[in-house]
Design a binder for this molecule. Structure first.
Ligand code: SF4
Length: 417
C-alpha cells in the first residue's frame, strides 16, 4: 500500500483529516480510497474545487449500506471525468512561479552514466509504431521545468550530470546496426550548449561516421554554440508547442518565437533542422493555437530545410503520475482521460486522432511531400487516418525514416557552398 500511504501523507493535515474521516464514515474500501486520493491530488494540481466540496451529502446519506460509498464514488467520477474528457481550460489556471537560481545548480562529472540506450517504446510490440532510435545520454537531468517531463522524476533535482570523457567513450562504442542517435532523452540536448565539450565530441563523432545521424532536441534559448560549424549529419531539432502550453507548462524554456529563431539561424548556416510538435495538449483553443504554430513554421522555413516534423501527445508512466501527484507543483497536464496506452496513460485514441489529423491538415502540400512527418510512440492504427500512410511493422518505419533522412542530408550537402 505504498502508493496509498505516500499519497495520504502528501496532503496537508486538514485535508488529510477530511479525506480520512470521509473514508471512515462511508466505509470506503482501500481501492476506493486510493481513487479518491488520486483524484483529490489531481484537483489540487489543476487548482480546481475539491470533490469534498461538491458532493451531495444528503443524497449519499439517503442510500443504504454500501450504496452510500457507491453513490459517493459515482458523484466524484462524474465531476472529475467531466474535467478530464473536456478540452483543458487554461484561462483559469495560474502557473507556478518557478525560479531556478544558477547558484543552486550543480553540474558534476558523471562517468557512471550509461551512455547508450534504446527508445523507451515497448519492445517490438504492435502497441506503438517505433523508429528504434538509439539514445545517447551525455547529460542527465534538466534545468528547465516542463511539468510533464519524466526526466525530473528520474534524477535528483539541481544536479546535472555530464559525461566528461565523451570523445573517448564514443570512440569505444560498437556502431554496428546504429544509424540514428538522439541525445534529448535524459536532458535537453542544448541545455549546456558546448560548455562541457559535449557538442564538439558529438560533432567529431558525426564527422567520422557520416552514415550515422545525430539528432539534437531542444527547447533551450542558448545560442552560444552556433558560431561553430557542424557536420550535415547532425540535425538540430526543436520541440514546439502552442503558446499557452509553453507559457503555462514549459517553465524556463525558450518562447516559441525564440525556438523558431534559433532554428532559423541554424538553417541559415545550412544545417538541417526539424521540429517535434510534442506533447500536443487537448485544451480550449488548441485548433487555433496549433494552426499558428504551423503557420509560423511554414512562413519561416522552406520544406527543403526541414528534415522531419513529428507529432505526439502527453503520455505518463505510473512512476511519473505518482511523482506529479505527490509533489503537486500546480499544472493541468494530468487533466486528461489517462486511458491505458501501451503500458502508459494518455488521451483516448479518438482525441489523438482528432489532434493529429487536424494539425497535419494545416500543412501545405509541398511540406507533406518533402518533409518526413511521423507520429512519435503512437498507436499504429492512428497513422493511416492522421498522416495518410502507415507501416506494417517498426522495421518498415525505420527503413523509410532512414532513407528520407539520408536523402535529405545528401541533398543539403550538395546545396551547401
Ligand atoms: S526541456 Fe526536455 S528534458 Fe528539460 S524539463 Fe523540458 S521536457 Fe524535460
Amino acid at each position: 500500500m505504498k502508493a496509498l500511504d505516500s499519497l495520504t501523507e502528501s496532503f496537508d493535515e486538514e485535508k488529510r483529516g477530511r479525506i480520512l474521516s470521509l473514508a471512515k464514515k462511508y466505509q470506503l474500501t482501500d481501492s476506493q480510497l486510493l481513487e479518491l486520493l488520486k483524484n483529490e491530488a489531481d484537483l489540487e494540481l489543476w487548482q480546481e474545487k475539491s470533490t469534498l466540496d461538491i458532493l451531495d451529502y444528503q443524497l449519499i446519506d439517503s442510500r443504504q449500506g454500501k450504496r452510500k460509498a457507491e453513490e459517493l464514488m459515482k458523484e466524484m467520477r462524474i465531476y472529475i471525468d467531466n474535467l478530464r474528457y473536456s478540452p483543458t481550460d487554461y484561462s483559469t489556471f495560474n502557473p507556478p512561479k518557478i525560479i531556478r537560481a544558477k547558484s543552486e545548480e550543480e553540474v558534476f562529472t558523471d562517468d557512471s552514466i550509461k551512455l547508450m540506450g534504446k527508445c523507451p517504446c515497448p519492445v517490438d510490440g504492435e502497441k506503438t509504431r517505433c523508429c528504434k532510435l538509439t539514445t545517447l545520454d551525455a547529460v542527465s537531468q534538466c534545468a528547465f521545468g516542463c511539468s510533464y517531463c519524466s526526466v525530473q522524476s528520474f534524477y535528483s533535482k539541481n544536479r546535472i550530470g555530464v559525461v566528461s570523457n565523451l570523445s573517448q567513450r564514443l570512440s569505444n562504442i560498437d556502431t554496428e546496426g546504429i544509424w540514428h542517435i538522439g541525445t534529448g532523452q535524459a536532458s535537453d540536448s542544448l541545455l549546456l550548449g558546448d560548455s562541457h565539450g559535449t557538442l564538439t565530441s558529438l560533432s567529431e563523432f558525426a564527422t567520422s561516421h557520416p552514415n550515422i545521424v545525430i539528432e539534437l532536441k531542444s527547447k533551450s534559448p542558448r545560442r552560444d554554440f552556433m558560431e561553430k560549424s557542424f557536420p550535415r549529419n547532425m540535425i538540430f531539432t526543436w520541440s514546439l508547442n502552442a503558446e499557452t502550453i509553453i507559457k503555462k507548462e514549459e517553465h524556463l524554456t525558450a518562447s516559441l518565437d525564440e525556438r523558431l529563431e534559433s532554428a532559423r539561424i541554424m538553417a541559415d548556416k545550412k544545417n538541417l533542422v526539424g521540429f517535434h510538435i510534442h506533447p500536443m495538449v487537448y485544451f480550449k483553443g488548441w485548433q487555433d493555437e496549433y494552426r499558428k504554430v504551423v503557420e509560423k513554421i511554414t512562413k519561416t522555413f522552406s520544406p527543403d530545410e526541414l528534415c522531419q516534423i513529428s507529432f505526439g501527445t502527453l503520455t505518463f508512466t505510473k512512476a511519473v503520475l505518482q511523482h506529479l501527484r505527490t509533489h503537486r507543483t500546480p499544472s493541468r497536464v494530468l487533466c486528461m482521460p489517462l486511458v491505458e496506452a501501451a503500458g502508459k496513460y494518455s488521451y483516448t485514441l479518438e482525441i489523438k486522432r482528432e489532434m493529429f489529423s487536424t494539425i497535419y491538415s494545416y500543412f501545405p502540400k509541398e511540406f507533406k511531400e518533402k518533409v518526413f512527418f511521423y507520429l512519435c510512440m503512437e498507436d499504429p492504427s492512428l497513422w493511416k487516418t492522421c498522416l495518410g500512410r502507415e507501416y506494417s511493422c517498426d522495421k518498415e518505419f525505420e527503413e523509410d525514416m532512414k532513407k528520407h533522412y539520408l536523402d535529405k542530408i545528401r541533398a543539403s550537402s550538395s546545396s551547401r557552398v
